[in-house]
Design a protein around this ligand. Structure first.
Ligand SMILES: *[C@@H]1O[C@H](CO)[C@@H](O)[C@H](O)[C@H]1NC(C)=O
Ligand SMILES: *[C@@H]1O[C@H](CO)[C@@H](O)[C@H](O)[C@H]1NC(C)=O
Ligand SMILES: *[C@@H]1O[C@H](CO)[C@@H](O)[C@H](O)[C@H]1NC(C)=O
Ligand SMILES: *[C@@H]1O[C@H](CO)[C@@H](O)[C@H](O)[C@H]1NC(C)=O
Ligand SMILES: *[C@@H]1O[C@H](CO)[C@@H](O)[C@H](O)[C@H]1NC(C)=O
Ligand SMILES: *[C@@H]1O[C@H](CO)[C@@H](O)[C@H](O)[C@H]1NC(C)=O
Length: 263
């Protein structure tokens, strides 16, 4: 009997305590940052092609392509319509020690003045802190590990090679051919981004892959449509959706003159 009462009291106080902690927690969140809510439903995994990356910059000579980089690299994993959710969630270089060999290969900084860790740190604050409300993205380690896993799952490099789409200055490719080379991997869940070079050629520079909140390929139609509209309306440095009715260049990587791979 006594034990019974005791346990009821214990349960009650535990419930009260949990309630108090939750309330406190929420209060902390809302006062420190406002855009923290986990109401996003779709993410974009953005990959960049080192062969044309420098063409996408306004100042073309600030980039570098390390010799060990031969494949598509990660730009970031971005929840849609959410960014910079919490500057209070610090990231330290030591957090990424275990992942660093893979990150260096698959998520390098391609800017001379920016260290790899600075790039990762920026991506974490801007995008990772918003993604972190999900279990598999819930810390710097989880966010970067999941991003690497996705990058490895989508073996773009092999898919293109197998379809005879190889980087070249001389040959351009039809949009449909690029699209169908990727279709077995990505279905309809990707967008090719291009930049125009000084010779007015459309050059493939990025690949955006839609990933659902539960970390599976693809997002709802509505989300994709919205993202595409935003991409079209903003001609950012990262380019515009590749026009489907033109031929598209896929430039080789020039490690010596990355800013003019095909002049
Ligand atoms: C998500 O929350 C933010 C901030 O509370 C709000 O501005 C935005 O409209 C919400 N988005 C959706 C899709 O509900
Ligand atoms: C590039 O990708 C191909 C195909 O997946 C792979 O065989 C190769 O090891 C990768 N090279 C580097 C340097 O990562
Ligand atoms: C492009 O063509 C030139 C000759 O016109 C040749 O030297 C070069 O190897 C070709 N490059 C590629 C990537 O095919
Ligand atoms: C993941 O989410 C998408 C979109 O909301 C849904 O269609 C799909 O069934 C979900 N997959 C899993 C494994 O939960
Ligand atoms: C974006 O850039 C493309 C290619 O340079 C150009 O054709 C298009 O008109 C631009 N769109 C906007 C909205 O500025
Ligand atoms: C491609 O289509 C757009 C609009 O659909 C048109 O403005 C443009 O002239 C076309 N370009 C070519 C090369 O056919």
């Amino acid at each position: 009997m006594v034990w019974c009462k005791m346990s009821i009291i214990l349960i009650c106080s535990t419930v009260l305590l949990i309630g108090w902690v939750l309330t406190l927690d929420q209060a902390l969140w809302t006062t420190s940052e406002t855009r923290h809510s986990c109401n996003w439903t779709c993410m974009i995994l953005t990959l960049q092609w080192p062969g044309s990356f420098c063409l996408s910059l306004n100042t073309k000579n600030i980039c570098k392509i390390p010799q060990n980089i031969q494949n598509w690299t990660i730009h970031g994993l971005w929840p849609l319509h959410a960014h910079s959710c919490c500057s209070c969630w610090r990231i330290y270089h030591s957090h990424l020690q275990e992942l660093e060999p893979e990150l260096s290969q698959l998520w390098p900084s391609l800017l001379k003045s920016r260290s790899a860790f600075t790039f990762w740190k920026d991506e974490w604050y801007k995008h990772g802190t918003c993604a972190a409300c999900m279990e598999n993205l819930g810390s710097p380690q989880y966010y970067f590990r999941t991003s690497l896993k996705l990058r490895m799952l989508f073996d773009i490099d092999s898919a293109l090679t197998n379809a005879d789409i190889i980087p070249s200055c001389n040959t351009s490719y039809k949009f449909e051919d690029l699209h169908s080379a990727l279709a077995p991997l990505l279905g309809d869940s990707s967008v090719l981004q291009c930049v125009k070079d000084e010779k007015e050629r459309e050059v493939w520079v990025q690949l955006k892959i839609y990933i659902s909140k539960n970390i599976t390929l693809g997002c709802h139609k509505q989300e994709k449509k919205q993202a595409l509209l935003i991409a079209k309306a903003t001609n950012t440095s990262s380019g515009h959706p590749c026009p489907p009715n033109t031929t598209i260049f896929y430039f080789p990587i020039d490690y010596v003159h990355p800013e003019q791979p095909c002049n």
